[in-house]
Design a protein around this ligand. Structure first.
Ligand code: ZN
Length: 359
């Protein structure tokens, strides 16, 4: 696939703005790289499939060797901060788990199994996301494959969040009802969320179509609502209990608020939507989403610790081996979905190549 695509009219109202002749500042930004000398491209010189909404510069060219993209982890381009924020999140989750291990014995305390089970989902999510942002520019085929893998990572995180909601922060009565089938239901919801994200990515190839992100948020939102219900029952119970103060649940409210901020920052494309081209390297909405998701993971672990310390998890019986087995089943289902979508991915790639030939 040729990277030398001539100026193409964007389908978005900001298209003309993105494809206007480059100013001096943009030319400097294009050539900006640190510490190496990797050149990056203006949006008008990369195929539509690689374009990020409202991001005008800093694109790495496709069709380079894998080593080029691996080395670009140390270069400055429009994916650098996305890669590093989730690598940082990987370390932050490990550091938080290590910090909590000083308070909850990781091998002896029953609830430590949930802390570990939750952390596994976070670590998979951040690692796969960093890899996807680093390597997706290789070709149209790999762009689709890596971002579908990234979505798999997102659903490992949502799977992990439900584990925390059920095995640590749930209302005892709701827990007793759902406990026998919680892992199969969680696997089914994560698989549904993954399939929805995959179909959204393959159905809406134009990155400017807002339906794509909305469909992804809706697919994952179903799991969030079902998964949060055992915790929401505690809020309902507290409202009807004269001896309970809602402030005693502040550690959970903060996490719910952060999860809502994650959904908004993921889909809003702010602030770059308002000032196109001004946040190409630093400050994109997706970078803010990565930072908020990192804070959310750390706060979820903190919230679980508070519930464990206060005895809110006494009624649960977590089993780390079963959680890890469930992750394995989820991975197998994800691989099966990816393999079954191979033909759709190839069709999308053919469309992209056809589109480039027409230009
Ligand atoms: Zn991301």
């Amino acid at each position: 696939m040729s990277a030398h695509v001539t100026h193409e009219k964007m389908k978005h109202p900001h298209g003309d703005k993105l494809c206007r002749p480059m100013h001096k500042l943009e030319l400097i930004k294009q050539g900006l790289s640190w510490p190496g000398k990797q050149r990056t491209l203006h949006v008008s010189r990369v195929p539509l499939v690689f374009r990020e909404p409202y991001v005008a510069t800093g694109y790495r060219p496709p069709d380079k060797p894998w080593s080029y993209y691996l080395v670009s982890v140390c270069e400055l381009h429009n994916e650098s901060v996305n890669v590093w924020t989730h690598l940082l999140a990987f370390v932050a989750v490990l550091a938080q788990l290590y910090r909590l291990s000083g308070r909850v014995h990781l091998t002896q305390h029953k609830d430590a199994q949930t802390l570990i089970g939750f952390s596994v989902g976070c670590l998979l999510n951040t690692l796969l996301s960093a890899a996807a942002h680093l390597l997706h520019s290789k070709s149209a085929w790999w762009h689709y494959v890596w971002f579908l893998i990234d979505y798999a990572g997102v659903t490992y995180y949502s799977f992990a969040t439900v584990l925390g909601c059920v095995y640590v922060s749930s209302h005892p009565l709701v827990y007793s009802v759902i406990e026998p089938c919680v892992l199969p239901i969680n696997i089914a919801l994560s698989s549904f969320g993954f399939l929805t994200c995959c179909l959204a990515k393959l159905r809406f190839s134009d990155p400017y179509q807002p339906q794509r992100q909305r469909l992804m948020v809706a697919g994952l939102g179903v799991q969030a609502l079902v998964g949060a219900s055992p915790v929401l029952a505690r809020f309902v119970h507290c409202l009807h209990d004269d001896h309970c103060s809602l402030s005693s649940l502040n550690h959970i409210s903060v996490v719910f608020l952060l999860l809502a901020v994650c959904a908004v920052t993921f889909s809003a494309h702010l602030p770059e939507k308002l000032w196109v081209g001004q946040f190409d390297l630093f400050g994109q909405g997706h970078q803010i989403f990565h930072v908020v998701s990192m804070v959310t993971m750390v706060m979820e672990l903190e919230g679980m610790y508070i519930d464990i310390k206060n005895g809110a998890a006494q009624h649960t019986s977590p089993d780390l081996k079963k959680m890890l087995a469930a992750y394995l089943v989820l991975v197998i289902i994800h691989v099966a979905i990816l393999v079954s979508l191979k033909g759709h991915i190839q069709n999308k790639v053919n469309d992209v190549l056809e589109h480039i030939k027409d230009e």
